[in-house]
Design a protein around this ligand. Structure first.
Ligand code: RI2
Length: 317
């Protein structure tokens, strides 16, 4: 029962039935919560071993969004801490359940907070561009609209999976004027745009942002026209391992998301590439809007060291 729930969540994340960096992090915490509730482990050590195995499995579902390992590690680190303290199995189970709830609550609160902070940067009359589908970005735009601000949003389709259509539909439903454009039309409209706002799947210690493929192209175009470029991201999108020199892995997805199976069969000489994310260097980013405040990308490392001291400590040991 438990194993199959974890596998269901693994498959839902991998197939992108559940997608978006924040949502997959919460889905992993929910799966671990359910695993803790229904576990038949006989000892605290067995319970922690089981959860660790499930957590490691969930982490393997998608490689780029660091929110996923940060969510699993938040729960597992707490579970191991309780085990070392020598608590009984039922206490440990309750503690794990409350850690999962805690992560999920923090995550939803962070999105709300980002909406409140980011909405201050939206001005009536703005033309805003966004790419892909980010709940942090959507929250900012919907909050600004609820405050009575009038603005227009250009949403890129975001090939190959067209998540831009989701964003456009949600914004329109919230009374926001919205236009959907092919990704390749970004430069044509950029000279009219006041600010670009995108989400993030991971943020490196040097302030580089890893987000949906095409983000860096839009950032370069925004730079050309001196258009402000903001990133909206909860702090669990910070990648502490990048402090130790690790690179963020870029997910390569199936070519079938780009062309049909029959097209591939008819054109065996063509290698189809489908990277899901790209890296936007810090110099193309004006601000990173987090639930802990607004940071220049070059300053994000200080927040990272404060929130994730462990990797640094490990490196110094
Ligand atoms: P929120 C998404 O990844 C997009 O790249 C989006 O910008 C980012 O996660 C952050 O989304 P995917 O899962 O967490 O669609 O702000 O590949 O919702």
């Amino acid at each position: 029962m438990t194993e199959s729930k974890v596998e269901d969540t693994f498959n839902a994340i991998r197939s992108m039935e559940v997608r978006g960096a924040g949502r997959i992090a919460r889905a992993a915490a929910e799966a671990l919560r359910e695993a803790a509730v229904s576990s038949r482990a006989k000892t605290p050590a067995q319970l922690v071993a089981e959860l660790t195995r499930y957590g490691e499995r969930l982490k393997e579902s998608r490689p780029t969004a660091v929110s996923l390992p940060n969510s699993v590690n938040f729960v597992l680190t707490g579970a191991h801490r309780e085990l070392r303290r020598g608590v009984g199995k039922e206490t440990l189970r309750k503690r794990v359940i409350s850690l999962c709830d805690d992560f999920i609550n923090r995550s939803t609160n962070a999105v709300t907070m980002i909406g409140d902070i980011g909405a201050k940067r939206i001005v009536s009359g703005d033309l805003i561009m966004t790419h892909c589908n980010s709940e942090a970005v959507t929250q900012i735009l919907v909050t600004a609209r609820a405050q009575g601000k009038d603005f227009h949003v250009i949403v890129t389709e975001t090939r190959p999976l067209y998540q831009g259509r989701i964003t456009a539909a949600v914004l329109a439903r919230n009374g926001i004027e919205v236009s959907l454009i092919p990704d390749s039309a970004s430069r044509l409209y950029m000279h009219e745009v006041d600010r670009v706002i995108v989400g993030a799947d991971a943020i490196a210690s040097n302030g580089a942002v890893i987000n949906k493929i095409g983000t860096s192209m839009i950032a370069v175009i925004a730079h050309e026209t001196r258009t402000r470029f903001y990133v909206a991201a909860e702090t669990y999108k910070l990648s502490p391992r990048t402090l130790l020199g690790d690179l963020v892995e870029i997910e390569e997805r199936s070519p079938r998301e780009v062309v049909s199976e029959s097209w591939m069969t008819e054109n065996p000489g063509v290698k189809v590439m489908n990277p899901s994310f790209d890296v936007t260097p810090a110099e193309y980013i004006d601000l990173i809007i987090t639930e802990q405040g607004v940071y220049p990308p070059q300053g994000i490392v200080f927040l990272m060291k404060e929130l994730y001291p462990e990797p640094v400590k490990l490196a110094l040991e």
